[in-house]
Ligand binder design. Sequence first.
Ligand SMILES: Nc1ncnc2c1ncn2[C@@H]1O[C@H](COP(=O)(O)OP(=O)(O)OP(=O)(O)O)[C@@H](O)[C@H]1O
Length: 565
Amino acid sequence: MVGLLAASGLIPVGVLSATRALVDGLVHGLGSGSLSPALLAPLAGLALLFALDFLLVPWVTYLQGVVNERLTARVHLLLMEKAAGLPDLTPFEDAGFYDELQVLRDQAPYQPLNLLVFFGNAFRGGIAVAGVLLLLLTLAPIFPLLLLLATLPQALLTFRLQKGVWEAVLFSAPEARRMRYYAEVLLNPEAAKEVRLFGLLPFFRGRYLEAFGRLHQELRRARGRQALGASGLVFVSALATAAALYLGLRQALLGSGGLGNLVLLLQSVGSLQQNLYGLVQDGGMLYESLLYFERLEGFLARPSAFAPSSAGRSAQRFEEIRFENVGFSYPDGRRALEGISIKLRRGERLALVGENGAGKTTLVKLLLRFYDPSEGRILVDGVDLRELDLEAWRRLVAAVFQDFGRYALTLRENIALADLERQSDPGRLEDAARAGGASELLRRLGPEALLSKAFGGTDLSLGEWQRIALSRAFFRQAEVLVLDEPTASLDPKEEAHLYQRFAELAQGKTVLLITHRLASVQMADRILVLREGRLVEEGSHQALLHRNGLYAELWRLQAEGYRAN
Ligand SMILES: Nc1ncnc2c1ncn2[C@@H]1O[C@H](COP(=O)(O)OP(=O)(O)OP(=O)(O)O)[C@@H](O)[C@H]1O
C-alpha cells in the first residue's frame, strides 16, 4: 500500500515536468506542421501518467479496505478484552471510564479507516509537495521559497486549529454520551412500552435536543476559530503568490527561461496549494486518528485496582468462609456495609434478609470479589480472599443474580454458559434444566432454539428467563450457590416446586439465599438480618420469631397479607 501511495504521489510531479517538456517542444516546433519526437515523448508520458493514476486508485482502495476491516476487528477485540478482562467492577463505577470506553467504542468503526485513508493521503500529498518543490528548484531557489511562504503558514495554522476541534470533541464526550442514551431509550425495545404508555417521546426528544445544543455550540465555536484563523493569512498568501508569478513572468519575458518554465510555475502554484492544503487537512485528520490510538493505548494500559490474582493460592474446596469486621463503601462514597462479622461453614444454608438497600447484594459482591472490602477482611479457611487465585475462587461459585443475563444465543448455550467445557453434555443440560424448572421449555422449544427476536429467534417471558438463569447456575456444579431473589419472577407453583426440591438441589453445596419472600427462608439453617449495612439479627426462623425484632416484624407483615381473607 505504501509503495502504491508513493507512486501515486509522484504522478503530479511527472505531469508537471511532462507538461513543461510538451510546452517547450511546442514552442520549438511552432509552425513546422508536424509532430516532432520531442513532442511525442511527453505526450505519451502524460497519457501514461493519467492512466496510471486511474490504475492505482482502486488498488489502494482495495488494500485500505482489507486492512481496515482487520484493524477495526482488532481494535474491538482489544477493547473487549480490556473491559471484560478487568477482574473487578470498580471501573464501571467511574464516569471517566465509561466516557473513555464510549468514545473509543463509538469511534472504533471508523478511526482505523481514517488512519489508513488519511495516512495514505498525507503520505501521497507529502511526496507530491516535496516533488513539486524540488522541480521548482530547477527554475531558481526563490520560487519554492515564495510558494512555501504563500501556502505553509496557512497550512500550519489550519493544522493547529484542527487540534482545537478534536479537543472539543473529547471535552464534550459526556454530552455525546447523553445524546446517545436518550436516542437509545426511544430506539430500543426495552423502554418501548413505557415510552408509549407515558407518552415519553417529547420528553426524551427534548432532552436529546438540549444535549445536542450544548455539544453543537462547543464544536461550532472550535470550528469557527479554525475558519477565522485561516482567513487571516490570506494576504500573506496572495502577496507571496503574486511575487512568484511576477518573477516567473519577468524571467519568461527576458527570455531567460522558456515558456515551459512559466507554465510549470503557474501549474505549480495550483498544484502546491491543492496538495499542501490537502496535506494539512489529511494531516489534521491523521493527527486526530493518532490521538484516538494514543487514547486507546492509554486505556489498554490502565492498571487494575486488583493485584494479579493468578499468583495466589488456588482454592479447590473450603471448610469455612469468615467475614471479619467487613465494611464497604462504594467508590462514590456510599456506605453499604459496616462491621459485618459472619461465619459460613461448608454445606451450610444461609439466608440473607433485609429491606431494600440493606446491603444484601453488596455482601455477595464482596464474596465474589467484584470489589474488595474497604475495611476488615474475608477469609477462606484463614486465607485472605485477596491472596487467593481469583479465577479458581470464582470457579467454586455459581450464582443467579437479580439482573441475570438474557443472551441472544440458543437455549442450550444460555444454560451451558456457566460451564462451557461441558456444553455438549446433554445429560448435564437436562439435569440443569430440571433443577432450574426449565425442562418443559427445553422439551417444547428444543435445545437449539434461538432466544432472540432481534436475530430471528423467539423470546421468553421474564419468569421463563429466570428459569433459564436458575438452570444456568445449576449447570455449573459449584461448591457455593448464590441465589439473589431467584424466584422473583416465578409463578407460585414453580416457586413452591423449587423450594421443595431445594434440599436435593442444594445437597453438598453451601448456599447463600437472598430473598424478600420469608416463607422460603425457613429452609435455611441460619438467617442473617441486615439493616442499613449492619447485621442486626442472626439465628433460625424460630429463634428470630421468638426474638420479636426486625425479622419477626417483616414476617408478620407478610403473613398478615396472606391471612387477610
Ligand atoms: N454501584 C453502586 N454505587 C453506589 N451505591 C450503590 C451501588 N450499588 C448499591 N449501592 C447502594 O448500596 C446500598 C446497598 O445496596 P444493595 O444492592 O446491597 O442492597 P440490597 O439489600 O441488595 O437491596 P435490594 O433488596 O433492593 O436488592 C444501597 O443503599 C444502594 O443504594
